[in-house]
Design a protein around this ligand. Structure first.
Ligand code: G16
Length: 597
């Protein structure tokens, strides 16, 4: 019989879940007494006691440092609170999309995911704990607010300190716990259920032909030492026949090999370099927990995430799942470029604009209003689960390549010709002083809300923009009517260009200010112009208006997307033989932006 102990604790005031769970430095979880225990108890406390004895919870993580310790705490606290059954990935490993899949398949009450996504790991890196609900999606604000409220007043938690499970042993382990029904911990293969789901979504025979048939293409997939490694190995290499060396960095590591598991051109630089060699036709990288993805074509041709979801939407019939379900609607987060809107308009599909955070898509999917969605932050997914899904996005692109028999670059350029192009950039100012960031946002909002702001003209160089709309984005969920306010300051100009300021909800220290710029070009002659030149006047106006540098003491962003454009522009210009001009731009950009996040 396993004994339950009640431990006295003190409440914490800083456990408010952000955009996607509670993310802090590992040291915060380790050094503050009962910190992790308090948050886990607060999560379990939102499950009604009457429900717990019949409840299954799914648990998995991205393999980062402290994950296994946190899983043992989840086991001990779940048992002591009367949870009946835990389903845990082998050695604790389970990607975020796979957890969502297993929650749905097992009809679990929810799941706990141990990840800080793309943030670095290791003893000095970040850790995170996220709660997902029975739909498989991240808990909505109503529930995360409840968790936060409980955490602020928690005086004690319940735990079975002597209970230990062997995470390496696949199968069921059952324990007798005091007054409760027997408590079962089931360790499952990390990949099986997820792989079975993908077989029902895509045409695996066509993908196998593409990857290993007579006229196969060569792919390069970089798991960045995150959780996706075992999934890529088993599904893409073993099942779809891609050679073993087409997948790299596939063993999950506690510190992601000392790198940022962040799939962008800065942190997946090795992949970019390899792709530039021209040996591979398609490349992709994934983040720590496997929900984000970056897609590259031959010679490192970069697909902007806002474009990626738009291309999948425009070619959605290449994916058998949508042939069966039909397309119910499309959605993007507010700061994501309007590329998807252009597809929705042309193909007469409903489009929803939600706040940043995958959780906002869930209600629309559950109500049968949404099939496909994406975010500028390298997230793409559909209603097959309730999380964004990196490997799904890659198989979606490969399905399009298999159907169209064109290269990534040809497909992208054809898309711009047909729908026009949204030029997009994002500037990130990380670990800024929180008070300074909040004050800047407050003062900017006050200026924007002045009645004279609408209609005001702003100029930079020879460009002038007139303010059409200025607001702090608020979202009313069309399904349950819940309102989410203060989701980002939005200035929309009369030509449709947008400047957006937002405070990130995923940082682990200080505040991160994000500045997003989106500008649309319909003229087919102009879609290959230098993005920097197109966006520079809007950046200039945004920085002057907000006084962002003066207010934060920064001289430039911690990272920005211009480097992404430069890679793409380099491609285009190489074709047009103006390589030296691009090198000049790259050199100049490096003076203004540091790309270490
Ligand atoms: C999370 C959310 C995404 C969101 C992203 C960025 O992603 O799931 O929906 O776009 O954070 O959020 P922010 O701009 O607030 O930092 P992930 O991959 O970090 O879990």
């Amino acid at each position: 019989m396993v004994k339950i102990t009640t431990v006295k604790t003190k409440p914490y005031t800083d456990q408010k879940p952000g955009t996607s769970g509670l993310r802090k430095r590992v040291t915060v979880f380790q050094q503050n007494q009962h910190y992790a225990e308090n948050f886990i108890q607060s999560i379990i406390s939102v499950i009604e006691p009457a429900e717990r004895q019949a409840a299954t919870l799914v648990v998995g993580g991205d393999g980062r440092f402290f994950m296994k310790d946190a899983i043992q705490l989840i086991v001990q606290i779940s048992a002591a609170n009367g949870i009946n059954h835990l389903v845990i990935g082998h050695n604790g490993i389970m990607s975020t999309p796979a957890v969502s899949c297993v929650i749905r398949k097992r009809k679990a009450v929810g799941g706990i995911i141990l990840t800080a996504s793309h943030n670095p790991g290791g003893p000095n890196g970040d850790f995170g704990i996220k709660y997902n609900i029975s739909s498989g999606g991240p808990a909505p604000e109503g529930i995360t607010n409840k968790i936060f409220e409980i955490s602020k007043s928690l005086q004690e938690y319940h735990i079975c300190p002597d209970l230990k499970v062997d995470l390496s042993k696949i199968g069921k382990q059952t324990f007798e716990v005091d007054t409760f029904k027997p408590f079962t911990v089931e360790i499952v293969d990390s990949v099986d259920d997820y792989a079975e789901m993908l077989r029902g979504i895509f045409d695996f025979a066509a993908l196998k032909e593409l990857l290993s048939g007579a006229n196969h293409i060569n792919v390069r997939l970089d798991a960045m030492h995150g959780v996706v490694g075992p999934y890529v190995k088993k599904i893409v290499c073993e099942e779809l026949g891609s050679p073993a060396n087409s997948a790299v960095n596939c063993v999950p590591q506690e510190d992601f090999g000392g790198h940022h598991p962040d799939p962008n051109l800065t942190y997946a630089a090795d992949l970019v370099k390899t792709m530039k060699g021209g040996e591979y036709d398609f490349g992709a990288a994934f983040d720590g927990d496997g929900d984000r993805n970056m897609v590259l074509g031959k010679h490192g041709f970069f697909v902007n995430p806002s474009d990626s979801v738009a291309v999948i939407a425009a070619n959605i019939k290449s994916i058998p799942y949508f042939q069966k379900t039909g397309v119910k609607g499309l959605a993007r987060s507010m700061p994501t470029s309007g590329a998807l809107d252009n597809v929705a308009k042309t193909l007469q599909m409903d489009l929803y604009e939600t706040p940043t955070g995958w959780k906002f898509f869930g209600n629309l999917m559950d109500a049968g209003k949404l099939s496909l969605c994406g975010e500028e932050s390298f997230g793409t997914g559909s209603d097959h689960i309730r999380e964004k899904d990196g490997l799904w996005a890659v198989l979606a692109w490969l399905s399009i390549l298999a159907t169209r028999k064109q290269s990534v670059e040809e497909i992208m350029k054809d898309h711009w010709q047909k729908f026009g192009r949204n030029f997009f950039t994002r500037y990130d100012y990380e670990e800024v002083d929180s008070d300074a960031a909040n004050k800047m946002m407050k003062d900017l909002e006050a200026a924007m809300f002045d009645p004279s702001f609408k209609g005001k003209k702003f100029s930079s160089g020879d460009k002038t923009y007139e303010v059409a709309i200025a607001d702090n984005f608020a979202y009313t969920d069309p399904v349950d009517g819940s309102v989410s306010k203060n989701q980002g300051l939005r200035i929309i100009f009369s030509d449709g260009s947008r400047v957006i300021f937002r405070l990130s909800g995923t940082g682990s220290a200080g505040a991160t200010i994000r500045l997003y710029i989106d500008s649309y070009e319909k003229d087919a002659q102009k879609i290959y112009q230098d993005p920097q030149a197109i966006l520079a006047p809007l950046v200039d106006i945004a920085l002057k208006l907000s006084q962002l540098h003066e207010r934060t003491g920064r001289t430039g962003p911690t990272s920005c997307f211009f480097v992404l454009f430069c890679f793409f522009f380099l491609n285009v210009c190489l074709i047009n033989s103006c390589h030296s001009f691009v090198c000049h731009i790259l050199t100049n950009m490096e003076r203004h932006c540091t790309f270490s996040s």
